[in-house]
Design a protein around this ligand. Sequence first.
Ligand code: IPM
Ligand code: MG
Length: 357
Amino acid sequence: MATKKILIVPGDGIGQEVTAAGKKVLDKIAAKFGHTFQYDEALIGHAAIEATGQALPDVSLEKMRASDAVLFGAVGHPKYDNDPSAKVRPEQGLLKMRKELGLYANLRPIKLFDELLEASSIKPEILKGADILFFRELTGDIYFGEKGRKNNGDTAFDIAEYSRYEVERIARKAFEAARGRRKKLCSVDKANVLETSRLWRETVQQVAKEYPDVELEHQFVDSMAMLLIKDPRRYDVVVTANLFGDILTDEASQIAGSMGMLASASIGDGTGVYEPIHGSAHDITGKGIANPLASILSAALLLDISFGLKAEAAAIINAVDQVLKAGYRTKDIANATTPANMILNTEAMGQEVVNRL
Ligand code: IPM
Ligand code: MG
């Protein structure tokens, strides 16, 4: 029976709506399995900028450090997308959180629920049975290198940088995970062009010697973008750098039917952060139609990885599966044949999962 502190950080847009559903599911788990979860909330992103002028206020960071795990929503606001000159931006809060908490490994499991075979834009016979676990490096690369302007602002630069230890630690995590799965690891880089990628490949090959039981392959990122859609079942665990992982996992979301289904875990030195891979989606914010399943599945990852509560995590995944089997859908995963009364709003979908727990 665990007593744990969970920090809810809804952030912006649909982050509010979906984390509310995630929290309800955690409450149900606590009641059912006899755990005590203590909650607190913190601001990040546009919501934090409006309230404090900062994208990640110090109080939020302190609360994160003091909690056992964070259930995170999303950050972003359309206001900044067309204003490249804005100095303070919601995404800075997210990046600062990743760096400050040392969240160097981002796990993005891509698993297709059979009931959603038809929701994807890829042919069902290509998809059926696909099950990939991405390890995206999260605190290095072009995201965190020096950036700036020169030549009176007419030239811009972003430096990509990786150190050996950064590649080693993410590679080890990926090899370990592969060991517990189908023992296949694909490392993705651009070693035919980039020096950081050559260090990446060299380091992954070095680490591979500790894992002779895991079959390692290397792919260039451009080729991987194609292979992922052509033959997703070929992959088990995939490890890649920050920017490549950002792009490939959005692409891979189509293997799972919808972005609205994908959960992720960001782990490293301290508190783990669990969040949907989808963004703040301001186009549907406040309409109550967002798919809460990614947040609910993020709560399952939280229980599994940060608290070691495997049975509780499995119960959530099973409940989600049951709800989908019963035919319930949110708008993003519905299709032309879904009866109107089976298309649920965010709250009702969350409630269906709770009911099955
Ligand atoms: C993600 C997002 C973020 C990223 C953005 C919001 C900064 O796309 O978590 O994948 O690029 O890492
Ligand atoms: Mg992304």
